[in-house]
Design a protein around this ligand. Structure first.
Ligand SMILES: *Cc1c(COP(=O)(O)O)cnc(C)c1O
Length: 451
């Protein structure tokens, strides 16, 4: 059965293949580069002279998508499949495996905006997805493809959130899943999720990059569908927050979108989403997209500032475990998005991450450490004059604060060892008191007098 709705295009040499032909590692055998999903209406198809004449109609789709908000159908209630006209990757929509992902809020951050001296600062909270991270939006897409193509087993290497998402969606679909995670470098919340959803969980005594290599061998020898973000269908789901953001802003495009960078699929996917919206006439320009990395895992930042031709992998180290990746698979895609949109790549210290996370927490929102690099990076971009006061900036918060409660507790107990000043006003370690009335009253009155 031929799949006609789309093909796959190698980003290095433009070679096109049909989806049935793809290798188990999702890389072009010659260039070793990644593919992206291309539709007959894609700009690249049209540039190659093979495009469809009839583009999807932006104003009709805007109405259709709005109408679906009242629907009781699961795929209409999904904040990914609601936009399925822009990701026609399934033969049959009934094969979509959904947990009603997406539909996440766009919050304003008035106190953080003030800190930065900006008029307008928003947070798109992708941590409020079903398993607590943006990975759900990509997983619903790629796992649905696996299920439709008849796979019984799926697998991924993960710093934690991909495995949680994959395990959940595999369980929904009745598929078996295998997770490779770096031993000791994963937050407990995430590890517990993949076990809860019934994945076969393998802790390898290596880092994320070592897990990726091991997995490549496994999927080469077995009929297992690889669900790492080299899988181009993940990015089709992960591009939908771009649509959601525009919809939530009544189709006013923000000026700047800031995302954390780990394996670099997320920034790539959002870039694809905004570019497609512009190509199809939903919006008239795209936002700048900037990617922020942790200092201890910043190969893209190094590439960006040194203007080298090749990415030099690093040995990654940061407490923001979700972005503890030294050899990012999607670096080329992300680099193109940054350059095409006029964004930047920044790198932030452990101390800057910890402080930014507390500042987002103080807005009553909270996020995991990897998400907080966005605020830390925004501060640097403002200071360097790369964000103007009047710019409408959206931070992508990628994961839920409860993913890594240990980090938060260590911050407040001053155990992060980031050299943060004692006087850091965001630190609120718990008071440990005798259950004795006068002692409790005295302590609380002293605290209230200080506030
Ligand atoms: C996966 C993840 C990231 C990094 O996304 P990439 O696509 O790998 O760059 C950032 N934050 C959180 C919470 C994540 O789970």
């Amino acid at each position: 059965m031929a799949i006609r709705s789309h093909q796959l295009r190698c980003i290095a040499n433009d070679a096109r293949i049909s989806p049935e032909e793809i290798a188990s590692d999702f890389r072009d055998p010659e260039t070793r580069e990644l593919y992206e999903v291309e539709y007959p209406w894609s700009e690249s198809s049209q540039a190659a002279g093979a495009g469809a004449r009839n583009l999807p109609n932006a104003s009709a789709l805007r109405h259709l998508w709005a109408e679906r908000r009242d629907s009781t159908l699961p795929i209409d209630q999904s904040g990914v499949w609601r936009y399925r006209e822009l990701l026609p990757i399934l033969q049959d929509d009934a094969h979509a495996v959904t947990l009603r992902e997406g539909n996440t809020p766009l919050y304003d951050l008035p106190r953080c905006a003030k800190l930065l001296g900006l008029d307008f600062l928003l947070a798109k909270h992708q941590g409020l997805n079903p398993t607590g991270s943006f990975k759900d939006t990509g997983m619903t897409a790629a796992l649905s493809v696996a299920a439709e193509r008849g796979y019984q087993w799926v697998a991924c290497a993960s710093t934690g959130n991909t495995s949680a998402a994959m395990a959940a969606y595999a369980a929904r679909a009745g598929l078996r899943s295998i997770v490779f995670i770096p031993e000791g470098k994963i937050a407990w919340g995430k590890l517990s999720q993949s076990m809860d959803y019934g994945a076969l969980t393998v802790q390898l005594k290596t880092d994320f990059d070592g897990c990726v290599k091991m997995l490549a061998e496994l999927v080469r020898r077995n009929p297992i569908y690889l669900l790492n973000s080299v899988n181009p269908y993940r990015l089709e789901g992960q591009k939908t927050p771009a649509i959601e953001i525009c919809e939530q802003l009544d189709w006013q495009v923000p000026d700047h979108v800031i995302v954390p960078g780990g394996n670099l699929a997320n920034g790539s996917a959002l870039g694809k989403g905004f570019a497609e919206l512009k190509h199809l006439g939903f919006i008239h320009r795209v936002p700048k997209i900037s990617v922020i990395q942790a200092e201890g895992a910043n190969p893209l930042f190094q590439w960006f500032t040194n203007a080298e031709k090749m990415l030099r992998p690093v040995t990654a180290d940061t407490r923001a475990t979700a972005i503890r990746i030294g050899n990012p698979a999607s670096w080329r895609k992300a680099a193109r998005v940054i350059e095409a949109t006029g964004g930047w790549c920044e790198s932030v210290s452990e101390q800057e991450i910890a402080l930014a996370k507390a500042q987002i927490g103080a807005e009553g929102i909270g996020c995991e450490p990897a998400s907080a690099v966005t605020l830390a990076g925004a501060k640097k971009l403002v200071a360097a004059g790369r964000i103007d006061v009047g710019e409408r900036v959206v931070l992508l918060l990628t994961g839920h604060t409860l993913k890594d409660p240990e980090y938060t507790i260590d911050f407040h107990k001053d155990l992060l060892a980031t050299g943060m000043a004692e006087a850091n006003p965001y630190r609120k370690p718990p008071l440990v008191l005798e259950a004795e009335e006068s002692a409790v009253l005295r302590a609380l009155e002293a605290e209230m007098a200080r506030a």
